[in-house]
Design a protein around this ligand. Structure first.
Ligand code: SF4
Ligand code: SF4
Length: 87
């Protein structure tokens, strides 16, 4: 299981979630080369420990436990995976 970042992050990208993640599995951070060009941030599913700390931190409610992801944003599960597979 993992957490997923969905559409509300697009164009928000304030990185509030990055600061609270204990395992640094949310990227790109402001220190990453692709931060400016990335549409949004993504969670690395294999590293996420499902602590849920990022959920309350997000001002636009973009982060969900995988099982609670709204159906209209289903595609974001794969979008989060793809970001790390294309690194
Ligand atoms: S649920 Fe926890 S481990 Fe997973 S991305 Fe959020 S803060 Fe990081
Ligand atoms: S806190 Fe929410 S809007 Fe901000 S970068 Fe993280 S997921 Fe995106």
């Amino acid at each position: 299981m993992t957490h997923i970042i969905a559409e509300p992050c697009v164009a928000t990208k304030d990185t509030a979630c990055v600061d609270v993640c204990p395992v640094d599995c949310i990227h790109p951070t402001k220190d990453d080369e692709d931060f400016e060009t990335a549409e949004m941030l993504y969670i690395e599913p294999d590293t996420c420990i499902d602590c849920g700390l990022c959920v309350d931190e997000c001002p636009v409610k973009a982060i969900f436990p995988e099982e609670d992801l709204p159906s209209e944003w289903e595609k974001y599960t794969q979008i989060n995976i793809d970001y790390y597979e294309n690194q």
